[in-house]
Design a protein around this ligand. Structure first.
Ligand SMILES: [Zn+2]
Ligand SMILES: [Zn+2]
Length: 183
């Protein structure tokens, strides 16, 4: 008996029958409707319904969905640029101090190989420092910070090809990590 009563309950929920009383749109209170938002479950008319990949939803829920994706706060880009600047500058300084540039071609290969890994790591740090909030311009902030810190370091320790390759790979690694849809 218990099973059949829960089945009835489910059936009632998915197919609201007219016996439940006519529904009126929450926004347009005079408009009768049989549609409900599948997120907040409020009645809505066809003018209010928005078709989404997961079904019909009210405009408020759709807007909330969009805004929830970008959760960055106003100081986040500054923090991320700071992280990029410090870590990027440190990484290039270390790279220059190791004198990998003296190895010639092998130094370029090493720069190429570890640059993007270090960049992805810095991108990850920049993502964590803001509590993993997503921002439209996170990748620009962190990438710009890294580039700025790296150029400053190159200026102090001398410009050569291996550290330059390292910087380019590092920036692209961080940008790749922070671009939307990667996490
Ligand atoms: Zn809704
Ligand atoms: Zn309506």
């Amino acid at each position: 008996m218990k099973i059949s009563s829960s089945e009835n309950h489910l059936a009632d929920k998915s197919n609201p029958s007219p016996d439940n009383g006519t529904l009126f749109c929450t926004v347009h209170t005079g408009v009768a409707t049989s549609l409900r938002c599948n997120k907040c479950n409020r009645p809505m008319c066809t003018a209010c319904a928005v078709r989404t990949p997961v079904g019909y939803r009210c405009k408020e829920c759709v807007r909330g969905q969009r805004e929830k994706f970008y959760t960055a706060q106003s100081l986040d880009p500054l923090l991320q640029a700071g992280v990029g600047f410090v870590l990027g500058g440190m990484a290039v300084t270390l790279f220059s101090l190791l004198r990998l540039g003296d190895l010639g071609f092998i130094g370029w290969l090493i720069a190429f190989w570890i640059g993007s890994t270090v960049g992805a790591f810095i991108g990850d740090m920049a993502h964590r420092v803001v509590g993993k909030r997503r921002g439209k311009y996170s990748y620009l902030a962190a990438g710009g910070g890294i580039a700025f810190g790296a150029v400053l370091s190159l200026f102090l320790f001398g410009l050569s090809l291996a550290p330059l390759i390292f910087v380019v790979m590092m920036v692209s690694g961080a940008v790749g990590r922070l671009r939307l849809g990667r996490h």
